[in-house]
Design a protein around this ligand. Structure first.
Ligand code: SF4
Length: 62
């Protein structure tokens, strides 16, 4: 699974980076997702972060 942040939607609230720092980090005022597959043990937190994003900017795909 891979995570993506839509920079057009992200409002830089930092929540995803707080919930799942292994996958999401702030780059300037916006969040970015680490490239490449999400480590299996991080998938639950990454999904939680995606579901918690207030503007639904995070996409997680197979
Ligand atoms: S939770 Fe959503 S809006 Fe907040 S920093 Fe992450 S991607 Fe951006």
């Amino acid at each position: 699974m891979n995570a993506f942040v839509d920079p057009e939607l992200c409002i830089g609230c930092t929540q995803c980076a707080g919930l799942c720092p292994a996958v999401f980090r702030m780059e300037g005022v916006l969040a970015v997702a680490e490239p490449g597959p999400i480590p299996p043990e991080e998938v639950p937190q990454a999904v939680t972060a995606a579901q918690s994003c207030p503007v639904s900017a995070i996409r997680i795909e197979e």
